[in-house]
Write a protein that binds this ligand. Structure first.
Ligand SMILES: Cc1cc2nc3c(=O)[nH]c(=O)nc-3n(C[C@H](O)[C@H](O)[C@H](O)COP(=O)(O)OP(=O)(O)OC[C@H]3O[C@@H](n4cnc5c(N)ncnc54)[C@H](O)[C@@H]3O)c2cc1C
Ligand code: SF4
Length: 494
């Protein structure tokens, strides 16, 4: 008898491995608390994965598969099955691969791993496409557009450009109406999981109350369909907006479902493309497609190319601890208070909060990249090492020295001010660089430029801020240095 051992994020319905199962073979869904305890994951992340796997039993049964859902220790469960052949879905995360190998090694069984259909490209294919370091997203994305015939006319990009990103940097005007995402109702099975997680994972961060993620393919599809109908038009222009008006702005909110296999990436891409016919703006459609066909596949490819060792990069030699507000949201910095609270409450923050608020601040404050990476991995509902590590180490912190992003994504308070309304109601003054009420992002930004001058001078894309700093009045430089020194000493009380 063959056993196909599925993990809670391998729930795609078109897994290649299914074709290798006969009538008597079994799909094993093992709910093992140890799996969810590998790290102190946010309670809502555990609920999402646990509930999705419990629901998956009925979905697979309805499709005619022989399914066994078992609660218990993974190794002992697999030992009891005593499989003639063990099939798995290839995990991307290195620690999951190692965990699976340690179990099969201890049992003395070989396992055959199949491609995970949540990714468009097979492992060997994505690695082959990223043959040259440093990696570049734009050429990767263009080839993906051509190969999968997405937004292509003849062999040229539809509407004459590969990217419409320049149109996607607008601040959200006051009183703009964006419908809320269509979150599913909590059903009794999810309710049971929430109770279980509350009791058994008390030591994990976050709360189960307010859980809102889809846990079935139908719920995930309803969330995505509603996005395409009601939120896609505003996705593009306000993709980079920071606002207190809407927690999720006009983002699709599909990452957790995609990373669990509840949605198919190419289906989403084709759906987005089809919306052009009914008048969806090209900058929204292309912007959304670029995230999934481009960024998501590119990020996974970088992880596969650069592991093991990608966690160890620390290009700027940062060593500080992550301040307490990343866990309790208690800070006078309005932008940080809003973004950290969103993460603590929902296990989620949108891309610009992750990159330009949470990541940017940790980078300016010189926090150890490993600590930042661990926080992103543990606190988000959609987290997996393959997507967190390149986004944190490579994109947000530039700790890999530019293997995947051409420059550090750092900014002073002026960017946060330009893109949103946080600064209007902040204890700090975004315009001030020094003094008790000066926005901490300001002096920390210039201090970053100052202390990493030698490294940054080698980066042609950093020319403008470096020359502004070099032209600064020496008195200003001294004042900024003093201010930054104070801020870094009092990081915990900002
Ligand atoms: C520091 C940092 C940490 C991140 N951690 C995660 C994470 O744990 N899990 C995760 O899925 N994404 C992560 N991202 C990428 C991105 O921020 C999220 O995918 C996005 O915010 C999820 O919300 P959404 O589904 O509404 O996305 P949308 O903005 O609506 O985008 C649509 C989809 O595109 C994909 N996508 C967009 N940007 C990226 C990207 N940079 N890398 C990979 N896929 C992308 C996602 O699948 C996303 O669902 C991180 C980015 C940064 C800068
Ligand atoms: S003033 Fe500074 S700390 Fe306050 S919200 Fe603006 S950028 Fe953030």
């Amino acid at each position: 008898m063959k056993i196909l051992w599925l993990l809670p994020f391998q729930l795609h319905l078109s897994q290649d491995a299914f074709k290798h199962l006969g009538d008597d073979d079994v799909i094993a869904l093992i709910e093992d608390d140890a799996f969810y305890r590998m790290r102190p994951f946010h309670k809502k992340r555990i609920v999402a994965l646990m509930s999705a796997m419990r629901h998956h039993e009925a979905t697979l049964k309805a499709l005619g598969f022989n399914v066994r859902f078992i609660q218990g220790d993974t190794k002992e469960t697999l030992r009891t099955f005593n499989p003639g052949e063990l099939l798995t879905i290839q995990a991307t995360d290195a620690d999951i691969v190692a965990w699976q190998s340690s179990i099969t090694g201890a049992l003395g069984i070989h396992h055959q791993a199949f491609h995970d259909a949540q990714f468009i490209l097979k492992e060997s294919d994505v690695k082959a496409r990223l043959s040259k370091r440093p990696y570049k997203m734009d050429p990767f994305y263009r080839v993906m557009r051509k190969d999968f015939n997405v937004l292509i006319k003849g062999d040229k990009p539809l509407h004459g450009a590969w990217s419409f990103d320049k149109e996607n940097r607008k601040k959200l005007p006051k009183n703009t109406f964006i419908p809320e995402p269509k979150w599913p109702e909590i059903d009794p099975m999810t309710h049971d999981v929430m109770t279980y997680v509350k009791e058994h994972f008390q030591d994990h961060p976050g709360e189960v109350d307010g859980f809102r993620q889809p846990v079935t393919h139908a719920e995930a599809k309803a969330l995505a369909d509603h996005f395409f109908e009601e939120r896609l038009a505003t996705f593009g222009p306000y993709q980079d907006a920071l606002t207190t008006q809407y927690k999720d702005v006009s983002h699709s909110m599909v990452s957790q479902a995609l990373n669990t296999g509840l949605l198919d990436p190419l289906d989403l891409i084709k759906h987005a493309e089809s919306k052009l016919v009914s008048g969806a703006p090209m900058n929204s459609v292309e912007g959304f497609i670029r995230q999934i066909l481009g960024w998501r596949e590119y990020i996974r490819g970088i992880y596969l190319k650069e592991m093991p060792g990608y966690h160890d990069h620390n290009h700027y030699g940062h060593t500080r601890n992550l301040p307490h507000y990343y866990w309790d949201g208690e800070t006078n910095m309005h932008c940080m208070q809003d973004a950290t609270s969103h993460v603590i409450d929902d296990g989620y923050a949108h891309h610009i909060q992750r990159l330009m608020v949470l990541g940017n601040f940790a980078n300016l404050a010189g926090v150890d990249p490993k600590a930042v990476n661990a926080w992103f991995l543990e606190m988000f509902v959609d987290s997996h090492d393959w997507v967190v590590t390149p986004n944190v180490i490579g994109m947000a912190l530039h700790a890999d020295g530019g293997l995947m992003a051409t420059k550090p994504y750092i900014s002073s308070g002026s960017y946060i001010h330009k893109m949103g309304d946080y600064c209007e109601a902040c204890y700090y003054d975004v315009k001030a660089k020094t003094g008790e009420k000066a926005c901490p992002f300001n002096a920390l930004y210039w201090n970053y430029i100052d202390r990493h001058m030698e490294t940054l001078e080698k980066n042609p894309r950093m020319g403008i801020p470096l020359s502004v700093f070099k032209k600064m009045d020496p008195e200003n430089v001294t004042a900024l240095r003093k201010q930054a020194e104070y801020l870094l000493e009092h990081l915990e009380t900002l």
